[in-house]
Design a protein around this ligand. Structure first.
Ligand SMILES: *[C@@H]1O[C@H](CO)[C@@H](O)[C@H](O)[C@H]1NC(C)=O
Length: 312
């Protein structure tokens, strides 16, 4: 046996087999069977090694295709994806000294257009003067309002994309803003999404200006101009105590980075009002059952609770 320790792999195996078979009363047939087994094992290992290498190659080809602008599958986990679960026990406090400035949200737009795109409800508006915008706080510049989209589901216990302590809200309203100095181009930088979660309550009169028109966009592809109302009806301004984290858009192309602010106080919606959303249909003519992207891993990101520090 000592002699065997110094020889090459095959010799070593052979020595080991010899010793084993001599112990098993020197049966040559047994020796042969064991040798065949060992050879098969070795072949299997080599084969699976090759198979593994091939799989890695095809995966990197897919990633290459993604970089070339080919559609990225919805569920592929990239870094810093949205939505996330917000764990209220794991927030990091962050203080800011300059107040948030919400401008022009109480102006009445020239027109408001609702559209059912088969996946969600979109609200866009045209303004007579300046586009509503948010500034101040830790923001590096002014962010202009672009559009609002909504997430809901047939079930009371799901609907929102973001969860707080793993609980969904029945409705989430996401208000997309872009860096005011990028000429309206939505690039990988300069996106701010302000999100509001809802809870069941009485009718929310501010939302009736929207909800009463949903009957006109029940089919996918339908759009309607509605009597204009200030966006501030839907988007109450807040000045402190909001969550923030760095994420992405939740629809393709999901890799576009976005800063997310989530207003921690829930807005009110009644079941009657939510049911109007639940009537909207997709491109196949079926009612949209749910339209939230699943919660994505937080990985090494931090979720902040942002507080305005008064007195500075
Ligand atoms: C959903 O919530 C509403 C409002 O609380 C309630 O009236 C309704 O019965 C709930 N539906 C189900 C299926 O639980």
């Amino acid at each position: 046996m000592n002699e065997c320790l110094t020889c090459g792999l095959w010799k070593q195996l052979w020595c080991w087999l010899e010793e084993l078979s001599s112990r098993l009363q020197d049966s040559n047939a047994l020796k042969l069977i064991l040798a065949v087994c060992v050879a098969l094992l070795v072949l299997f290992n080599v084969y699976s090694g090759f198979a593994m290498a091939n799989r890695c190659e095809s995966r990197s080809e897919e990633e290459g295709a993604g970089d070339a602008g080919v559609r990225i599958p919805w569920n592929v986990p990239f870094n810093n994806q949205s939505p996330i679960n917000i764990e209220r026990n794991c927030l990091e406090l962050s203080y800011f000294n300059s107040p948030l400035i919400w401008s022009n949200y109480n102006d009445v737009p020239l027109g408001i257009r609702l559209e059912n795109n088969g996946h969600t409800l979109l609200l866009r508006a045209v303004f007579p003067g300046r586009t509503p915008s948010i500034d101040g706080g830790d923001l590096l510049g002014r962010f202009d309002f672009r559009e609002i989209s909504f997430r809901w589901s047939w079930s009371n216990s799901s609907g929102s994309e973001h969860t707080v302590d793993h609980r969904h809200s029945p409705l989430e309203m996401q208000c997309l803003h872009t860096d005011a100095f990028q000429d309206g181009c939505i690039s990988s930088q300069g996106l701010l999404v302000i999100s509001y979660l809802f809870q069941f309550s009485e009718d929310n009169p501010f939302f009736d200006v929207l909800v009463q028109h949903l009957v006109a966009v029940q089919q996918a592809g339908q759009a309607v101009e509605v009597p204009p109302f200030p966006l501030g009806y839907l988007m109450p301004a807040f000045y402190t105590n909001f969550y923030s984290y760095h994420g992405s858009l939740t629809e393709p192309p999901c890799h576009r980075g976005a800063e997310w602010w989530v207003h921690p106080a829930s807005l009110a919606i009644s079941e009657r009002q939510l049911n109007e959303f639940r009537q909207l249909r997709n491109r196949r003519g079926a009612r949209i059952e749910r339209n939230a992207r699943p919660v994505q891993p937080l990985q090494d990101r931090t979720v902040y609770l942002n507080r305005f520090r008064t007195g500075f």
